[in-house]
Design a protein around this ligand. Sequence first.
Ligand code: AMP
Length: 398
Amino acid sequence: MNYDKKTIRDIDVSGKKILLRCDFNVPHDKATGVIHDDTRIVSTLPTIRYLLEHNAAVILLSHMGRPHGQWKQEMSLFSARDHLEKLLGISIPLTKDVLGPDTKEKCAALQPGQAVLVENLRFRIEEEKNDPAFAQELASLADIFVFDAFGAAHRAHASTEGVSHYLPSVAGLLVEKELNFMGKALDDPKRPLVAILGGSKVSDKIGVINSLLQKADTILIGGGMSYTFQAARGKQIGASLLDEAHVDYAREMMEKAEKLGVKLLLPQDNIAAKEFSADARPIPVTPDNFPDELMGMDIGPKTIEAFSAAIQGAGTVIWNGPMGVFEFPAFAKGTNAIAEAMARQTEAVTIVGGGDSASAVEQSGMAGKFSHISTGGGAALEFLEGLVLPGIACLADL
Ligand code: AMP
């Protein structure tokens, strides 16, 4: 996929109406609307500000949750709108329908320097179906389409890909940043490139491991998925997570790594527990001494040391997936240690590829010490897999 896309800086936006696809699908309390993590809203502010300051009229688009074409008030974008108004210090009307008379009226009346937010696009079934008539009607509201919803880039929906067939389409500043970091890290990395993979399931990361084997110099595997790799090399894993269907695949990947000269490191020790609970007692174990009744919950101190050393010697580090059950403080040490080792690394490009590891870093307060924290969960993973993201591919090339 070509990562060199035209952005809002390459075109004249003054006096134009812009359809700006954002990702305001933020975690929030369904009853009160209180937003728990506003990262996705904040990270698109530079694009919104740029457009407003350059005299454009901005029609903001987003989805929220999965209402499957039904109007569900708890998935309204009102809390995102309220938050945006506070952050930008301007009034942003929220439409009372999706592409109905209210949307059309508000968009028609919109003046340069003003913004309006269209209600959750997924209240209309046509959005996820990428219905061409719906996309064309959406496009008829504006002169230019700007895509800044990196978190939704892997979906070909009416507002991410469909509209691009009817309007000149360029990237926003967040998408530009994502492409610069994630694209460059994979295509032309400062070496050695160290990839750290964790999380629960091997099945979710199959494509990622395969693709990174072609690109990385070292791959560190922790988290729930590491036990399937340990099982594949005949080690003990007690009652830990095991993806039986992928044991052979894990073995093949290890063989492939060896053939390609890629260092693939697995945990030398773990922290285990008798039960999966926050107050379970942490028990140190190793792959050669792993009691049957215990399940692995985190990487151990020797592994933290080895993984941190690999990070210290890296030119680029890409991380996706926690090293353990980081939601339980007693088993978050490994995940936090990886975040700290990356934050200490001032010489390397450090990238967190979205999802749970991004939330862990945001919560740790160390986010400012990373080169880039991707806003895409699924999109970041597909990017790491080397797949074409429809929301990006449809944008004009430079
Ligand atoms: P994923 O969605 O695949 O990135 O996985 C994230 C989830 O993996 C988090 O909720 C972690 O609690 C979970 N996880 C990480 N390590 C383990 C483990 N050793 N056992 C069970 N779950 C784990």
